[in-house]
Design a protein around this ligand. Structure first.
Ligand SMILES: Cc1ncc(COP(=O)(O)O)c(C=O)c1O
Length: 395
C-alpha cells in the first residue's frame, strides 16, 4: 500500500479520477436540448439518423439501434433462431451480460478458455467444445482487440453455426481490413457510459441479412409491426399489429442525440486513446507488471481498455491491494473481468469451476484496468503513471 505518511495522494479526494468518464462535447448538449425542445423524446428521426451513420461508419448492410448491448445480444440470439437446448460457445473472460443474454434467449452457454496473450477466445478450444447441439459461436473482442476471425468464421462455416460478435469494446476494431461486427451474422455494440461511443445506455445490432434486421427491429418494440414508432407522427395515426411477443428494447431520440455527435468524433477520440495506450506501454515497460500484448499486424485495436496483470510473486503486491493503493491515490481503476465461473449463479446452474478455464481464471484474478478515456489530459495520464509507480512502491 502507498505510504500515506511520506506522500500526500497523487490527487486530492475532490479531484478523484473517475474510471471511464466519457468526453461529452457542446454538440451533444445542444442536440439533447433541441431534442427536449422538439418534444419528440422517444424513438424517432434521430435514432434513424444514428442508425444510418453507424451503418456507414461500419460499412455494414443493416443496423438497428436498441437500448443496450445486452438487448442487442438477446435479440440477435433470438433472430438467429436458437431454441432451448441449443448451445452457444462463448468466452469466460467477459461481462456477465454476454452469458446472461444466451440464457435469456433460452439457449445454453458453453465456455471455451481464452488465449493467455490476446485474452480472446481461443479457436482451438472452441473447436474442442463443438457438439451436435452447438448452434452458435459468440466471441467477444476483449478490450477492443479483434478475435481471430479467420479461424472462428471457418469453424462457423464448417459446422453450420451462427456467428454473433460481442463488439461492446470494439466500435473501431478491425481485423484484416474489415470492421469487427461485420464477420458474423450479427455484431452487437454497446454505448454504455464507459464505452468508446456513449449514449448513456444504448446499443446497436449490425445484421448481415435484411430479414434479421427487420425481425430485431420488430422484437425491440413489443413485436409490433413495421414502423409502429411512427404511429403518433404527422402522417396521421398509423394502426399497428402485434405479430410476436416482443420486448421494450428501443433506443430513444434523446440517446441518439448524444450518439450522433459521439460518432462524429469517434476517430479523434480513438487517436487520443491510442496515444495514451502507447504511452502506458512505453512507460511501464520496466515495471514488474504484465502489459498487454502488442497490437497484431493487419489488425486495428479499439483501445477500449488498458489492462495490466499484477502477479503477487513478481510485484510483491496482490491485485486487490494494488486496486486499493490506486484508489488511495484517488485514481479510479476497474477489473475486466473476474472470470464468469467465479460467480455463484453460474457455478450453481452449470457446475462451472474457475480452474477449468485456467487462463481466464488467472487473468481475472490478476487484472487491473487503468483509466483510458479520451477525456484524460496529459496531467491525468501523468497522475495515473505516478500512482502506478507508487502503488508498486518503485517510486
Ligand atoms: C463485453 C461486454 N458485453 C456486453 C456488455 C453489455 O453492454 P450494455 O451495458 O450496453 O448492455 C458489456 C458492458 O459492459 C460488455 O463489456
Amino acid at each position: 500500500m502507498t505510504d500515506q505518511k511520506n506522500h500526500p495522494p497523487v490527487r486530492s479526494k475532490e479531484n478523484f479520477l473517475v474510471f471511464g468518464s466519457p468526453l461529452i462535447g457542446e454538440a451533444e448538449i445542444e442536440e439533447v436540448a433541441s431534442c427536449l425542445k422538439s418534444g419528440w423524446l422517444g424513438t424517432g428521426p434521430k435514432v434513424a439518423r444514428f442508425e444510418e451513420e453507424f451503418k456507414a461508419y461500419q460499412k455494414a448492410p443493416y443496423a438497428v439501434a436498441v437500448n443496450s448491448c445486452t438487448a442487442a445480444l438477446h435479440l440477435s440470439i433470438l433472430a438467429a433462431g436458437l431454441k432451448p437446448g441449443d448451445e452457444v460457445i462463448t468466452t469466460p473472460l467477459t461481462f456477465c451480460a454476454t452469458v446472461n443474454a444466451v440464457i435469456h434467449a433460452g439457449a445454453t452457454p458453453v465456455l471455451a478458455d481464452v488465449d493467455p496473450a490476446t485474452m480472446n477466445i481461443d479457436p482451438a478450444r472452441v473447436a474442442a467444445k463443438i457438439t451436435p447441439r452447438t448452434r452458435a459461436i459468440l466471441p467477444v473482442h476483449f478490450a477492443g482487440r479483434p478475435c481471430d476471425m479467420t479461424a472462428l468464421a471457418a469453424l462457423a462455416e464448417q459446422h453450420g453455426l451462427k456467428l454473433i460478435e460481442d463488439c461492446a469494446h470494439a466500435t473501431e476494431t478491425e481485423y484484416r481490413g474489415r470492421k469487427a461486427g461485420t464477420f458474423g451474422d450479427f455484431g452487437c455494440f454497446s454505448f454504455y457510459v464507459t464505452k468508446n461511443v456513449v449514449t448513456g445506455e444504448g446499443g446497436m445490432v449490425l445484421a448481415r441479412r435484411e430479414v434479421d434486421a427487420a425481425r430485431i427491429k420488430m422484437l425491440a418494440l413489443h413485436g409490433m409491426s413495421k414502423d409502429a414508432w411512427k404511429r403518433f407522427g404527422d402522417e396521421g395515426y398509423k394502426h399497428y399489429f402485434v405479430v410476436e411477443c416482443g420486448f421494450k428494447y428501443n433506443m430513444m431520440d434523446m440517446q441518439a442525440a448524444i450518439g450522433i455527435h459521439q460518432l462524429a468524433r469517434v476517430e479523434e477520440n480513438w487517436r487520443r486513446r491510442e496515444e495514451i495506450w502507447q504511452c502506458y506501454q512505453d512507460t511501464f515497460s520496466d515495471l514488474p507488471l504484465r502489459l498487454p500484448a502488442p497490437v497484431a499486424p493487419d489488425t486495428r485495436h479499439g483501445y477500449h481498455l488498458y489492462t495490466v496483470l499484477v502477479d503477487q510473486e513478481r510485484t510483491g503486491i496482490g491485485r486487490d491491494a494494488f486496486l486499493d493503493a490506486m484508489t488511495a491515490e484517488n485514481i479510479g481503476v476497474g477489473v475486466h473481468y473476474l472470470s464468469i465461473p467465479e460467480h455463484p449463479y453460474y457455478q450453481e446452474r452449470f457446475g462451472w469451476r474457475p480452474e477449468d478455464y485456467p487462463h481466464a481464471m488467472r487473468i481475472g484474478r490478476q487484472t487491473v484496468s487503468l483509466p483510458l478515456s479520451s477525456k484524460l489530459t496529459d496531467d491525468d495520464v501523468r497522475d495515473v503513471i505516478l500512482a502506478v509507480n507508487r502503488s508498486l512502491r518503485v517510486e
